[in-house]
Design a protein around this ligand. Sequence first.
Ligand SMILES: NC(=O)c1ccc[n+]([C@@H]2O[C@H](COP(=O)([O-])OP(=O)(O)OC[C@H]3O[C@@H](n4cnc5c(N)ncnc54)[C@H](O)[C@@H]3O)[C@@H](O)[C@H]2O)c1
Length: 416
Amino acid sequence: MAYKVKDISLKDAGKKKIEWAEAHMPVLIALKEEYEKEQPLKGLKIAGAIHVTKEVAVLLRTLTALGASVAWAGCNPLSTQDDVAAALADEGIEVYAWRNNHDEYYWCIDQIIATKPNLTMDDGGDVVFRLHTDFPQMMTDVIGGTEETTTGVHRLKAMAKDGKLKYPIIAVNNAETKWDFDNIYGTGQGTIDGILRSTSVLLAGKNFVIAGYGHCGKGLAMRAKGMGSHVIVTEVDPIQALKARMEGFDVMQMDEAVKIGDIFVTATGCKDVIVEKHFKHLKEGAVLSNTGHFNVEVDVKALEKHAKSKEEIRDNCMKYVLPNGKNVYLLAEGRLVNLSAAEGHPSEVMDLSFANQVLALLQIVKFHKDMKPEVYEIPAEQDQRIAMLKLKSMDVNLDSLTEEQKKYLGSYAEGT
Ligand SMILES: NC(=O)c1ccc[n+]([C@@H]2O[C@H](COP(=O)([O-])OP(=O)(O)OC[C@H]3O[C@@H](n4cnc5c(N)ncnc54)[C@H](O)[C@@H]3O)[C@@H](O)[C@H]2O)c1
């Protein structure tokens, strides 16, 4: 089996991590047990690029148990856990992933595309975009794909709108049991984890600036507040800005926030959020980081150009000396800090996201002939099913409606 990883001898450490993840992903394991006999993915080749973490390894074990053959790459140069990649290669997965650079990253994507897949699984849209633009000859057997994150869904919807998308994609990101859990609780906790591992700063008493009060921003704001930070939000959407204000956070323009922030995290999915004009206003010791999908939110190129010098002072923490003599710190090259400087989202929350991935693939296998080359939402029943499975694993019981209550909720006759 072909593979390329950093060091295959890391496999045992990787396997231990995967075992930990497996023990914390009961929904995914329940789906594996339910469908293993049926082999619904038998004979299908999947080309996937989602961050190579211990949780993805549990997903890949599930997909292969359901009959698929899988070729895998990371979806960000810095997010691969090299020991996990080694363990996957050792288990016979065709994996091309190591903590690498931009060119090596695309080389890995090209390897999985070269397997001429039947299904694609994407996290950010790079596989689908490259398949459509550079390797259309490898797309002839594809019946559909899934997309894991907000930015990828935006890209793929734009492709569909332009008439460029050639096969159906299910927007796993937009499932309630994904967006409202992974992006909120996963990114919230993981981003704090990445900042702490790369700086060990005290969060209490700091001005913590969050750009974008969407799903990720909300989770992060909640966690930063809980750690004693004073949270400041920047937004472009009036409703989200109002929500942040009513939650008790300061809301202001980035032009003002840069003057008082101690720690900055961009979480917008947009570009050019912290740019050159802001650098001269930063406080001594300001920490800049990003948790959005691509490294375009902090203008790192401008920072490199603007700074007098730079020095890596600890893992994932680069000190830049600005022309005005101030030191500012950039974490993980401006790439998503939770996955580059920490381990990504905890297993418990990826359990929900990856259960959605598995069920979305089964939907495509069953219904692809009736699907158009569009971006589809996750059906509500799938969300309900996954939430029920998760609650069961947590020993949480809920009430159910009586017939009388159902009738009441569906009628209009009873008033005061
Ligand atoms: N780090 C991770 O592991 C992780 C996990 C999930 C999602 N993501 C990524 O994080 C990003 C945000 O995802 P989300 O689900 O929170 O999206 P979202 O759409 O829920 O929220 C984004 C928010 O940013 C705001 N915004 C957009 N441009 C802005 C700008 N220039 N300045 C200030 N605010 C702006 C929007 O109004 C919106 O409220 C995406 O790139 C997504 O792919 C990362």
